[in-house]
Design a protein around this ligand. Structure first.
Ligand SMILES: [Zn+2]
Length: 166
């Protein structure tokens, strides 16, 4: 798409450059251990894997799925972690479909600095895609705007995940 800037998220630049990034070794590990300095948007977790709302969403319902173990490459996933990441992906897609009714998804890992990854801890992005995503600002300013506050997403999805067990 011909956006001059695919993503405009206020404060994200400061976050990437470290100006406002919480001073913890790993944001995801801090979310897992419920560090008070890190905003915790966890929707669901078990002993092996977890899902949280992305604090800087590309779209409403943008989730991050990750193993609790700190690894930085999907090839390091154990068989069990791999299986559970897949179960969590399926469960997340089902729930996003029933809550948000997207027309599609972008799903994937960003690995390494050159991929645009800003968190080292392995995480899978699940980004729901919608019909008519472009708004007036998108077209006139060449930038995308945040569609929904991540806290609102969290509240909507927590209920939808309440019955999930594995
Ligand atoms: Zn970590």
């Amino acid at each position: 798409m011909p956006f001059k800037q695919q993503l405009f998220v206020p404060n994200k630049r400061e976050y990437i450059t470290g100006l406002s990034r919480p001073s913890v070794d790993c944001i995801i590990c801090s979310i897992i251990s419920d560090e008070p300095s890190v905003k915790n948007l966890t929707i669901w977790k078990n002993e092996t894997v977890a899902a949280c709302v992305n604090l800087y969403p590309y779209n409403a319902g943008h989730l991050l799925l990750f193993p609790l173990r700190h690894i930085d490459d999907p090839r390091q996933l154990s068989h069990e972690e791999h299986k559970q990441m897949h179960q969590l992906l399926s469960a997340s897609m089902d729930r996003l479909e029933s809550v948000y009714h997207p027309l599609g998804f972008n799903i994937g890992f960003n690995i390494g600095e050159a991929s645009g990854a800003s968190i080292e801890h392995l995480h899978q992005h699940v980004v729901p895609r919608y019909h008519r995503e472009l708004g007036f600002v998108d077209i006139t300013a060449g930038a995308k705007i945040i569609i929904e506050d991540p806290q609102v997403t969290l509240n909507k999805l927590k209920d939808a995940f309440a019955d999930l067990k594995f």
